[in-house]
Design a protein around this ligand. Structure first.
Ligand code: UDP
Ligand code: MG
Length: 308
């Protein structure tokens, strides 16, 4: 019998865990597969870990990996993918926004021979217009800037065949954007549209800071165009400054230098600003080289008894 692992990163989801687990059990118990649920506790500060360990003790097919501190959704998910053993692995959120009722559809696609079954969010209920709009604009931007193509609405709710999981696990970059990595894998790819309901309980655990980090990782991780833009801008500005120097010398020779104050101020701020933008972009890449070179472990597992 084929086996299916369901990987769920959890951060302070105490109010959702039991409801979510029951919903998954109800769906999976009807499926003709051996299945297990692998929770990755991402350093929760509420009673999530306690609840999860209770479930682990109660059910043979529920396992819990506990990260030593909050490492973020993408790292928690990576830890789950590293340790999941199923012939297919489904990753999903633990707040019911990725409806367990959709799992049979993903499995049916897998049976048809697709190795990656990606869900596409058509709409998210209970989310502001601004968040939807910025999300859509973000995907348009990343698709224009890089050679990965991520459909707007692409989420981390997906099924991966064992081969795709093993391939994915070979990507070890630290600033991770799994939605991007999936597009680099190849394999047979199917899409399943869905409408995400609001969270069952609690607030989003993706703070603005975490969201901006993910967005920047997505762009900088898959495109060198911003770096090239800095280079092009640098050349353009160097040319401009030569013209400006000629102008300044001309003004100086004609004895009208003092009146140039406005020009100098405007130019100073213009160049200062441009330099800062370029430095900022450089810093973005440099920071990533730095984290890669350090090559720190992506995560540390607290409860070591769960073997690979
Ligand atoms: N999550 C996590 N670590 C974090 C933030 C979130 O493991 O630092 C988990 C969270 O518990 C949930 C999933 O990642 O299962 C998605 O997070 P959330 O629902 O808050 O994101 P949103 O749906 O608002 O984008
Ligand atoms: Mg959510």
């Amino acid at each position: 019998m084929k086996s299916v692992s369901i990987v769920v990163p959890v951060y302070n989801e105490g109010e959702n865990i039991l409801h979510f687990t029951n919903a998954v059990k109800e769906v999976m118990d009807k499926q003709p597969y051996k299945w297990d649920l692998l929770f990755v506790d991402d350093g929760s500060r509420d009673n999530s870990l306690e609840l999860l360990e209770g479930l682990q003790a109660q059910y043979e097919n529920i396992k819990v990996l506990a990260l030593s501190c909050n490492r973020g959704h993408q790292i928690a998910l990576t830890c789950g993918l590293d340790h999941a053993k199923g012939d297919a692995v489904i990753s999903m959120d633990g707040d019911m926004q990725h409806p367990p009722a959709l799992i049979p559809t993903l499995l049916a696609k897998w049976e048809e021979g697709y190795e990656i079954v990606q869900t596409i969010r058509q709409d998210t209920q209970g989310v502001s217009w601004l968040k939807k709009k910025t999300s859509k604009m973000y995907y348009q931007l990343i698709n224009n800037l890089s050679n990965v193509h991520i459909r707007p609405g692409g989420s981390d709710f997906r099924l991966l065949d064992r081969r795709a999981v093993d391939a994915m696990n070979q990507y070890r970059e630290h600033d991770r954007f799994l939605r991007g990595i999936v597009t680099l894998l190849g394999f047979n790819f199917a899409e399943v549209p869905f409408v995400a309901p609001p969270r069952f309980a609690g607030e989003s655990k993706y703070s603005l800071k975490k969201m901006v980090k993910l967005a920047v990782d997505g762009i900088v991780g898959y495109s060198v165009l911003p770096l090239r833009t800095a280079f092009i801008m640098g050349i353009f500005l160097a040319f401009l400054s030569v013209c400006f120097t000629v102008h300044a010398l001309y003004v100086y020779i004609n004895g009208e230098a003092v009146s140039g104050w406005t020009t100098i101020m405007v130019c100073m701020s213009l160049f200062g600003g441009a330099q800062l933008i370029i430095l900022g972009i450089m810093g973005e890449y440099l920071g990533r080289i730095y984290t890669e070179v350090k090559n720190r472990p992506l995560y540390l597992i607290k409860n070591q008894e769960v073997e690979k």
